[in-house]
Design a protein around this ligand. Structure first.
Ligand code: VGL
Ligand code: ZN
Length: 211
């Protein structure tokens, strides 16, 4: 088999939020979310470095509709850092819903980075929380390890993968999204918007069979 992209030790796969709550039966299920697990496992085998993120909210997190009187999931509110979509309670620290999918091969993961653990700030991106200034430390981690290209996969294409990809580009990484190793929530056209913005920002969209 020949691959259109050669991988080197400067390449890292970033598996975003492949957790029970984003899979069928979960609190914030992404349609067909678990279908990517075998694709992601094959990618983990291919990549010299693989890392994962884990959405990791305390009870009563401000991104939960239940934390705001009179609000229901998938509505929005205005916060100091901008518009926030309100979600069903999901990925609560220590609960089964926040566990990485049981069939995801975690053995080769070099880092599992938790995000969204501050009660007052949501964190879609693996790099910065939604206030766009609070760092998760991931840029420093990747740069100290001489990573130059990041390849994103996971859940959900139009939220955490999207925000992570845009920040990865801004942080100076060559950035790829492996489309068939992602699934979307697609709230009111959010998938199309995310894809357009990613392409316009220089994120390359590719398919796992190119790797
Ligand atoms: C996500 C909504 C809320 C995601 C996380 O992983 O895309 N989406 N929290
Ligand atoms: Zn979340």
């Amino acid at each position: 088999m020949s691959y259109s992209l050669d991988l080197s030790s400067r390449d890292a796969l970033l598996v975003i939020d492949l957790q029970n709550d984003f899979c069928t039966g979960g609190a914030l299920a992404v349609p067909d979310g678990e279908a990517i697990v075998p694709v992601v496992n094959r990618l983990i085998d291919r990549f010299p470095h693989a890392l994962a993120t884990q959405d990791w909210h305390p009870e009563g997190h401000l991104s939960f509709a239940s934390s705001h009187e009179g609000q229901t999931p998938y509505g929005t509110i205005e916060l100091s850092y901008g518009t926030q979509v309100l979600w069903p309670d999901h990925c609560v620290q220590g609960h089964d819903g926040s566990t990485l999918h049981k069939d995801l091969n975690k053995t080769a993961l070099e880092l599992i980075l938790r995000k969204g653990f501050r009660k007052e700030i949501d964190s879609y991106s693996a790099f910065f929380e939604n206030d766009k200034t609070t760092s998760t430390g991931l840029t420093g981690y990747l740069k100290e390890r001489q990573i130059e290209r990041v390849f994103l996969c996971g859940l959900a294409t139009d939220f955490c993968v999207y925000y992570s990809a845009i920040d990865a580009i801004k942080q100076g990484f060559e950035t790829f999204v492996i489309a068939d190793a992602c699934r979307a929530i697609d709230l009111e056209g959010s998938l199309a918007k995310a894809m357009t913005h990613m392409r316009e920002s220089g994120v390359e969209i590719l398919s796992s069979d190119e790797l």
